[in-house]
Design a protein around this ligand. Structure first.
Ligand code: ZN
Length: 451
């Protein structure tokens, strides 16, 4: 089977089907992914595959079965600035997951993961794993059991890498279930690496790609930052579909997978003088593809561009993508043109109803882009005129004025300046903002007195 699978090119929908079927056949109940928008508002969007399952992991609610599997769409913009700087970072992604709620533990989780990767034709010799090295100051022990289980399934000692808290202790960042984790990486060869002797899983270069995280959910993080044992010990795993598709399709970045390939082709057609493989153009292409897809998925969840909350996230994505169009020489609205090829690339990952609605979202994207076009053109000219002080910084007040007078977003201006190596003195922006607010208040007060 392995030889046959190795030759096969897997599409993203086939990867999803195979993953879910593999776990269904091994006693997991397949549950539907949650809508992308979180109704209770703890976060604006679902940010992790496990988020909808938190009540089960915490032992608060009985799960429909002790073994679960699903595909979850996620949206997370907290490290949006990293998008485009490498081939793996996305603001929206599909997480495949399998869970044991108080059922199996490390041994079975690791064995199952390795079996599925065999089915997928991923060479065992290309795999590396990380485990939790422990944090004595917080009373968290080194995860010797995970190391032992990896040894048991034949992982060479040299490819089991214990890492610290930041890398291998998973938490939501706030109160919630958490625990040590073990991450599975694919080594894509020295040729794509940074060449440093210390290059290994966790390095920021393209050589080692993390494809699957097995979290041993054993603690609850208290609001004060401490940890207490959960009533049940669970396993919470997440495999990033886009990343595993890149590995299985033999491409280096997620943007070259079948999910994005048609939109990438369309973007190349649209760019008036082609797209070079220079760093700024590569980053622009990635940002445009990522941001447009995220706006599409948010649109399918009912979110339209706006001033506040979820709408402002989508609006920011559209504006950033529109600005990156300038890097590729695109001066006319173009984002709407990428929706149909994105829909084609996603195949059955979108429902027939979603495919229909995508047309409407293409229009919304185009409208938002057109509304912003004039502000973008004049604002970019203004930003170009900004000269930094001798220390390479500019007063934040300049950006405040640009926003107040021309409607050009300060974060976007800062991004353009950063490309020229200029940083913004934000305290001066804050001060100008506070002064402006105080003046507005006085103005309103005076008006009400005369009224
Ligand atoms: Zn490296």
């Amino acid at each position: 089977m392995t030889t046959e699978n190795k030759r096969k090119i897997w599409t993203a929908p086939e990867i999803v089907e195979t993953y879910l079927a593999f776990f269904r056949e091994r006693g997991h109940l397949e549950i539907p992914g949650s809508p992308l928008v979180v109704p209770d508002g703890t976060t604006l969007f679902v940010v992790a595959g496990m988020q909808p399952l938190m009540p089960y992991l915490r032992g608060q609610v009985a799960p429909p079965a002790p073994r679960l599997t699903d595909l979850q769409r996620c949206l997370r913009t907290d490290d949006i600035d990293a998008v485009g700087t490498n081939g793996r970072k996305l603001t929206s992604f599909h997480m495949l997951g399998n869970w044991s709620i108080g059922d199996y533990t490390r041994r079975e989780a690791i064995a199952l993961a390795l079996d599925l990767l065999d089915c997928f034709g991923v060479e065992r010799s290309s795999l590396w794993v990380t485990t939790f090295a422990g944090e004595p100051s917080l009373g968290l022990a080194r995860d010797e059991v995970a190391v032992e289980e990896w040894r048991r399934v034949g992982m060479p000692e040299s490819r089991i890498v214990p890492l610290e808290m930041d890398d291998n202790f998973w938490s939501t960042g706030g109160p919630g279930p958490c625990g040590p984790d073990s991450e599975i990486f694919v080594d894509r060869g020295e040729a794509v690496g940074c060449g440093k002797p210390e290059c290994r899983p966790g390095c920021s270069c393209e050589r080692f790609l993390e494809i699957w995280n097995l979290v041993f959910s054993e603690f609850e993080q208290r609001p004060d930052g401490g940890y207490e044992p959960l009533p049940i010990r669970s396993v919470d795993t997440g495999m990033g579909l886009e990343r595993v598709a890149a590995v299985m399709q033999g491409v280096l970045s997620v943007y070259e997978t079948d999910l994005f390939a048609p939109a990438l082709r369309r973007l190349r057609e649209l760019a008036p003088s082609g797209i070079s493989d220079g760093a700024s153009e590569t980053r622009a292409v990635r940002m445009i593809l990522d941001h447009t897809r995220t706006a599409l998925l948010a649109g399918l969840a009912g979110v339209t561009p706006g001033r506040d909350g979820r709408g402002s996230v989508v609006r920011r994505l559209i504006r950033r993508a529109a600005r990156q169009g300038y890097v590729l020489g695109l001066r006319q609205p173009f984002l709407g043109e990428l929706v149909a090829p994105l829909v084609a690339g996603h195949g059955t990952l979108l429902t027939p109803r979603e495919r229909e609605r995508a047309l409407e979202i293409a229009r919304t994207l185009g409208d938002e882009e057109r509304r912003f076009a004039r502000v973008l053109a004049t604002g970019l000219r203004e930003v170009e005129r900004i000269r930094p002080d001798d220390d390479g910084t500019v007063a934040g007040e300049r950006l405040f004025v640009l926003h107040a007078e021309r409607g050009f977003p300060a974060d976007l201006a800062a991004e353009v300046l950063a490309e020229r190596g200029i940083t913004v003195r934000w305290p001066e922006y804050e001060r100008a903002f506070a002064e402006h607010r105080a003046i507005s208040r006085v103005g309103t007060g005076a008006q009400s007195q005369t009224a």
